[in-house]
Design a protein around this ligand. Structure first.
Ligand code: G3P
Length: 222
């Protein structure tokens, strides 16, 4: 069985909320069972508990704050994410940037709560800095390609290669995902051949009528 991981970020897309979040999670579970490839989803906070309850696939938060439970308002604690049944979290997504100190606090809080951590980075230098915080994964996503329909695997394979090298030079135990414009089995295969452990993607799955078709294509060459 391949150890590649495909993580679908539902973002705040209207096509990724409520019933559509369930439909995408169901498709991810089916394709994961058929293929043996692990496929997870990162829905809105409101869908963390229902999806964790109804599906066996890994469910991730899109963000969490590095604060302990207590007198904080409007914060998302690692303990609260864990209690939904979610198993991991994105940290520092390009659309939810944090300071370095906040990233460190979020990784620490998530790790203490037993969550898998995915720090997103925008280039190979920040990938190296992220690796120094010992997350489970660093996810390299060039911001200019996010949501563009142009795949990082084809448009900028060099950034993937340099990020894998930079991460592993700092901490060989940290795994690497890549994302931005990922849309096909060919993209996933190129990323895998460049040394990554999987992909982080959104629009090509979330915004289509039948996400299962795209998910089947994504795993087809692994
Ligand atoms: O978190 C995944 C994301 O930022 C990439 O988005 O739409 O280019 O797959 P997309």
């Amino acid at each position: 069985m391949s150890s590649q991981f495909i993580l679908v970020n539902l973002k705040a897309y209207k096509e990724g909320m409520g019933p559509r979040a369930h439909m995408i999670a169901r498709a991810a579970e089916e394709v994961s069972e058929e293929s043996g490839i692990q496929i997870g989803v990162a829905p809105s906070f409101f869908d963390l508990h229902p999806l964790s309850k109804h599906f066996e696939i890994p469910v991730f938060a899109q963000h969490l704050d590095g604060v302990v439970p207590g007198a904080f308002t409007g914060h998302v604690t690692a303990a609260a994410v864990r209690q939904t049944g979610a198993v991991g979290t994105l940290i520092n997504h390009s659309e939810r940037r944090l300071t370095l100190a906040e990233i460190e606090a979020s990784v620490r809080a998530a790790t203490e709560a037993g969550l898998v951590t995915v720090i997103c980075s925008n280039n190979d230098m920040t990938s190296a800095a992220a690796a120094a915080l010992s997350p489970t994964y660093v996810a390299i996503e060039p911001p200019e390609l996010i949501g563009s329909g142009v795949s990082v695997a084809k448009a900028d394979p060099g950034i993937i290669q340099r990020s894998v090298a930079a991460v592993h030079a700092v901490n060989p135990k940290v795994k690497v995902l890549t994302g931005a414009g990922i849309q096909s089995g060919e993209c996933v295969k190129i990323a895998r051949d460049l040394g990554t452990d999987g992909v982080l993607l959104a629009s090509s799955v979330v915004k289509v009528e039948d996400p299962a078709i795209v998910l089947r294509d994504l795993v087809s060459l692994l």
